[in-house]
Design a protein around this ligand. Structure first.
Ligand code: ATP
Ligand code: MG
Length: 442
């Protein structure tokens, strides 16, 4: 690019002197037209590249969905349908790729022809001047040489810009994800991380997912430091959403969320994870990391001893020792069962020792005895911490200092197990239904 600009600069000085000012004007106008059309073509090529990327992403989503759900696809006898779905997506991806490559070829040919087309009137004009004896014949050769060198540079530049354009469209989607604000603003840092009390308040919080219905409507809740609050309610009621809001993962809410009186929008994105630890509904382990590093994840200070101790507490230590390389075994997607993965996820939380703990159905994948054991471990761990927990089995949250019943995005009832049972409202209904189910099972 710099070389090309230098060439143009020199030509602006040399050509008017060596040949004729009018010739230079003709070349300058034609070159400007070339640049304008090239810019327009770039917009069209980006649109085609973007369409191709969208189709490629769609195809890879279907492939991922097929891998994730292969058991259910097989049991539902949907292999043929799923294969056809994937094939259609592959065909659409190939079709969009063909369109993009065709446009690229056509565009390249037009550009090369244009370069020659620009040279033609310049050569005719210079030949005319040579005939009239205004310029020596050597200058005609000079012009030809100059333009062919410019032509080479222009077509080289075009190839590079095509590559850059494609790379830029590939990054667009990723950039848009990365640019989503994680927290409303990354204001001041947490005043004193080690002395977090863990008092939490939600004040009139309203939230809706993009394109979805309103999920929380005027949700307000105060949680005293070092107490345990349980949120219960129907599926899709917004319980997990409340935890994600506190984690700063869903910044497009209105209202205020405070920790120790400080708006979380004013806590830096690096500080929030230091004070909150989670065990979520879907326990995810990291493939390609060892079992040890899966538990240590996010706790760079933790020692191997800390990991062993946490794993012993959640009853997964012996199971890990049976693996081919013990704690150094690389985790693969099916290495641990759902319940085992949940135990590892809780061990990760124990190792982190955060002042605020969020538990979303943290023991849902465990067997009955495992649930009781882990519940005891969690109760002890959460004694001196502020805990916000979500659970469907009400028996696991009876001990909470406050139980919040969520209904249509608002707090419908709030109190201890005893007060809510006496009240005879929604919580009492849910509890009675659960106990009734247990009795029926027995
Ligand atoms: N990423 C998302 N995009 C769009 N809608 C979402 C998203 N996540 C959740 N929702 C919707 O928001 C609502 C609340 O979801 P949320 O996961 O908070 O419910 P929940 O109370 O935790 O339910 P459950 O008891 O089943 O875990 C649901 O209707 C759900 O479909
Ligand atoms: Mg949930």
């Amino acid at each position: 690019m710099c070389g090309l600009l230098l060439d143009f600069g020199l030509a602006m000085i040399v050509l008017p002197q060596r040949i004729n000012g009018r010739l230079f004007s003709v070349l300058a106008v034609l070159a400007t037209l070339y640049i304008i059309t090239a810019t327009k073509d770039a917009a069209r090529l980006s649109a085609l590249a973007r369409a191709h990327q969208d189709k490629a992403r769609h195809r890879s989503q279907i492939m991922q969905e097929t891998i994730d759900n292969y058991e259910i696809i097989t049991c539902s006898n949907q292999q043929q349908d799923q294969m056809e779905k994937h094939e259609t997506a592959v065909q659409r991806q190939l079709e969009s790729e063909r369109k993009y490559l065709d446009a690229l070829d056509l565009n390249g040919s037009i550009r090369l022809t244009l370069i020659d087309f620009i040279l033609l009137p310049a050569l005719l004009l210079t030949s005319h001047y040579v005939q009239l004896g205004y310029v020596p014949v050597g200058n005609l050769i000079l012009l030809n040489q100059y333009w062919s060198s410019i032509g080479k540079q222009l077509s080289g530049m075009k190839k590079n810009s095509d590559r850059l354009l494609y790379a830029a469209t590939c990054c667009e989607h990723l950039t848009s994800i990365l640019q989503e604000p994680v927290i409303k603003s990354s204001g001041s840092t947490w005043p004193n991380e080690t002395r977090t009390r863990g008092e939490i308040s939600f004040e009139n919080v309203e939230f809706a997912y993009k394109g979805g219905h309103s999920c929380l409507q005027g949700f307000s809740l105060g949680i005293a430091a070092r107490t345990t609050v349980a949120i219960v309610g129907v599926n899709g009621g917004g319980k997990s959403t409340i935890l994600k809001l506190l984690l700063g993962l869903l910044p497009q809410y209105t209202g205020t969320i405070r920790i120790d009186g400080i708006d979380i929008a004013d806590i830096s994105p690096q500080q929030l994870p230091n004070i909150i630890g989670i065990s979520l509904q879907k326990s995810r382990l990291f493939s390609h990391l060892s079992a040890m590093n899966n538990v240590k994840y996010g706790s760079s200070h933790a020692t191997s001893e800390d990991v062993f101790e946490a794993c012993r507490e959640v009853g997964i230590h012996e199971r890990i020792l049976l693996l081919p390389h013990g704690y150094d075994t690389t985790v693969t997607p099916d290495l641990f069962s759902g319940g085992e993965a949940q135990r590892l996820s809780i061990a990760r939380l124990l190792v982190r020792k955060p002042p605020i703990v969020l538990l979303d159905e943290a023991t849902s994948d465990l067997d009955a005895r495992g649930q009781q054991e882990i519940q005891r471990v969690l109760n002890k761990f959460c004694e001196n911490r502020t805990t916000l927990m979500v659970a469907h089995r009400l028996v696991t949250i009876r001990h909470a200092d406050q139980i919040v019943v969520l209904d249509q995005g608002r707090v419908a009832e709030c109190g201890t197990h005893i007060t809510l049972m006496k009240r005879g409202g929604k919580y009492c209904e849910m509890m009675t239904a659960e106990v009734g189910d247990l009795d029926d099972e027995n």
